[in-house]
Design a protein around this ligand. Sequence first.
Ligand code: UD1
Ligand code: UDP
Length: 406
Amino acid sequence: MEHLSANQSGVTTWASVVGARPQFVKLAPICRAIEAYNRNGGYPQIDHRIIHTGQHYDRAVAEIFFVHMGIPEPMCNLAVGSGSHGAQLARMVERLEPALLSVRPDWVILYGDTTSTLAGALIGARLQLPLAHVEAGCRSADLNMPEEQARIVADHLSRLLLAPSQAALTNLHREGIGVKQDPRNRRAVVVGDVMHDALIQHQELAEQHADHTLERFGLESDSYYLLTLHRAENTDCAEHLCKILDAVGGLDFPVLFPVHPRTQKMMNSAGLSLNGRLRPVTPLGYLEMIAMEKHARMILTDSGGVQREAYYLGVPCLTLRDSTEWPETIELGANQIVGTDPETIRAAAQTSRKRGSWPVNMYGGGDASRAIVSELLAGCQRHDAPEAAWTVSAEAWSKPMFDGRP
Ligand code: UD1
Ligand code: UDP
């Protein structure tokens, strides 16, 4: 199949590979930035295709994000569904190959650290397609985590590394990626966090529904905790999961607990019944979620995305893990690593912490998606060298990217 070069067509084709909830959140602002660029007459125009692996498939963790965040229809849904690590990864790689070959994109864009990221990296590299990794360079230093494995593979195979922070860039440099002597001449650059963009773009709309959402759960602002828990290390052992839920359920205010499908499955199979102040609910849509995050007195989570949202929203956060890929939130006092020891969780939750007393621009000011599009455009030029015949029109970039659409 012929590789369409933007030099000949005036169009550059990019394929975003996504499949799990946090990837839809990261994808949404990128789609907006691309749409705004195209609408403003940017040259070349970007033909952006979304390939949904189908890793997440329940409406509450997948489709609802496309609807609430205005993400365009995917080009295809590979419907890989759930399964063992090997079965899920194998199905993904097998089904991604023809999808990517049918497009032969100028960029394959990978997001974060899920199995969909790993599969996209493996098959994209095997097909010798240029890979760009959004959220590059994050490390927990725990190679047992599937997420850490996916990050490392995606980072090492990518040509363009889009790091959310200086610390992430330093991690990449430490691994020889994007340094002067890098034999693969990879580009690693700090662009900020796209999840901050997503939050800024949806916060106002979410706030309009906040009263209704609080009422729906019978909660009052600043009078409840918000809990999310889904990482394998916390959910795969029933005894461990039970211990965490007991500790959080014993806190002094109600605990809203949107239950991830993985956690629900574990709770069902272990026959766990929830006591205390825990209020389990089905996973929330993005708008409801950020509204409930904003009004919580504190957030307890093992989610990477939710830790950062707590930080941006000025809500104190306890991280129910032994490490985080977001060390800046700890240094600023916005977040605290508490692990999963019940006594530590209780003591930390009941130590009063001041809301919003930290600067929120540690991962950029909400303009990461635009920086990413700019880097991708410039990168096309680089791998279309020697002619480098097309440029990002200065006029297109000088126009405002966002026109206030919801
Ligand atoms: C995945 C990511 C994790 C990320 C999380 C975000 C991997 C290895 N892990 O974890 O990094 O933080 O997504 O939410 O990619 N299930 C359903 N319905 C669904 C999806 C999953 O019931 O729509 C259940 C299935 O029983 C499945 C289990 O959840 O076996 C786990 O799903 P999976 O996609 O393998 O990983 P997550 O735990 O969701
Ligand atoms: N989220 C949501 N509803 C929920 C739980 C999470 O909309 O019930 C959003 C959350 O606001 C954040 C993203 O999902 O934007 C984080 O995804 P998740 O916690 O599943 O994955 P992680 O960030 O840990 O990889």
